[in-house]
Design a protein around this ligand. Structure first.
Ligand code: HEC
Ligand code: HEC
Length: 347
């Protein structure tokens, strides 16, 4: 019924204004009510689109903005340049992010999904609200290096955006608040919950774990789950997981925000969903594959003063354990998510 309703609205709108959005690829939100789209068994999300009523048109606008290069100084880079959908919105090309003029950041672009559950953003948790997050990369001189007001002037000159803002907000006013709300709708709806692991947990027909995956899962629950907690595969806390300090970058992590020496070298525990896709690993992308990561936990842990006590002395893993653990991590890839046309660049 709802589907039919939206299709009619789209058809009507497209007759009035020469519509640049192809109705065939018009994404359909499963519901405008966030409570109806929480995967079974998951906690309540932190961000519930309060004061930003979820709607299909805002989502579509948000998606256009996410892939919009006008947000960068030289119109060369969009959010989607660094956060690429085919690798769960991480970056497949670079260890450190590459911004306008080829400038280099010092952190690895994280994957983006299930962000309504995040209690903070960035590796150091420096941003607290999903709606404020985009202002960071837009203004950042080594990312998009653009003044938001300049970007707005560029958007105002485009008929496409006049139409899209009108559909989303009722008139063609383009301002920072509307941009942020629309991007939050797109980012917030990037749900990933259909990996083999999820299908297995839901008891879906014909989905089973091999004995290797099963054993890896047990090891994971014993050794990794305290931080990478199911079902989101993170506890959202800042931890030091024993990486050696890179002498040239000296990234102090969480302490950069809090100023507390006890927070030095702590970083936000990343989700391990889609982990097979999101190479390279860690805040500085120092590891290029999962074997290196597992070896780090087994034999590479360094205690530089703030190491998490759960990791002191490392995690003892036999060669078989390492292989099993990796087999389990590979069950966390969600192909439905990365192939979902609703999340792709519509242009
Ligand atoms: C030049 C590459 C680049 C561009 C362009 C870029 N990002 Fe990012 N993004 C990053 C990096 C690197 C980080 C991690 C930064 C940090 O932790 O200090 C990040 C972090 C994030 C996070 C936090 C995720 C989390 O789990 O904490 C979100 C959300 C995000 N970016 C969304 C966006 C949006 C929206 C845009 C466009 C307005 C954008 N990014 C543009 C590289 C980029
Ligand atoms: C004490 C908490 C803690 C435990 C226990 C822990 N991790 Fe982590 N893990 C982290 C933190 C924090 C990071 C990010 C560190 C950074 O980038 O500086 C991380 C990063 C990772 C990454 C890289 C993710 C990415 O997107 O770059 C993988 C993979 C990983 N851990 C797997 C595991 C496995 C497998 C185990 C069990 C053997 C485990 N972790 C145990 C806290 C933990």
């Amino acid at each position: 019924m709802r589907l039919l309703f939206y299709s009619i609205v789209v058809v009507i709108c497209c007759q009035f204004i020469s519509c640049s959005v192809d109705p065939k690829i018009k994404p359909i939100l499963p519901s405008n009510d966030i409570r109806e789209i929480i995967p079974e068994g998951w906690p309540q999300p932190v961000y519930t689109f309060q004061d930003n009523q979820l709607s299909q048109d805002k989502f579509i606008l948000g998606r256009e903005l996410f892939y919009e290069e006008m947000f960068s100084k030289d119109n060369s880079i969009s959010c989607g340049s660094c956060h690429q959908g085919f690798v769960a919105f991480a970056n497949a090309e670079h260890r450190f992010s590459h911004g306008v003029d080829g400038s280099l950041g010092k952190r690895n672009a994280p994957a983006l999904f299930n962000m309504n559950w995040n209690t903070s953003f960035m590796w150091d948790g420096g941003i607290l609200h999903i709606e404020n997050q985009p202002l960071g990369p837009i203004a950042n001189p080594i990312e998009m290096h653009e003044d938001i007001n300049n970007a707005i002037t560029k958007l105002q000159a485009s008929n496409k955006y006049k139409q899209l803002f009108t559909l989303a907000f009722g008139d063609d006013l383009i301002n920072t608040q509307r941009i942020l709300k629309a991007i939050a709708q797109f980012q917030g709806m990037l749900y990933s919950y259909n990996s083999k692991y999820d299908q297995y947990k839901r008891g879906e027909q014909d989905v089973s774990f091999s004995s290797q995956e099963q054993n890896g899962y047990l090891l994971f629950q014993q050794k990794c789950n305290s931080c990478h907690r199911e079902p989101l595969f993170t506890n959202f806390e800042f931890k030091n997981n024993g990486l050696s300090i890179d002498p040239t970058i000296q990234d102090s992590g969480r302490a950069h925000i809090t100023g507390d020496p006890l927070d030095k070298y702590k970083f936000k525990t990343p989700s391990l969903r889609n982990i097979a896709l999101t190479t390279p690993y860690m805040h500085d992308g120092r590891f290029s594959n999962l074997d290196q990561v597992i070896e780090h936990y087994a034999s590479g842990i360094v205690d530089n003063g703030t190491l998490d006590p759960n990791l002191s002395g490392g995690i003892s893993l036999s060669a078989q354990d390492k292989a099993d653990l990796k087999a389990f991590l590979l069950t966390l890839t969600d192909y439905t998510f990365i192939n979902d046309d609703r999340f792709k660049d519509p242009n």
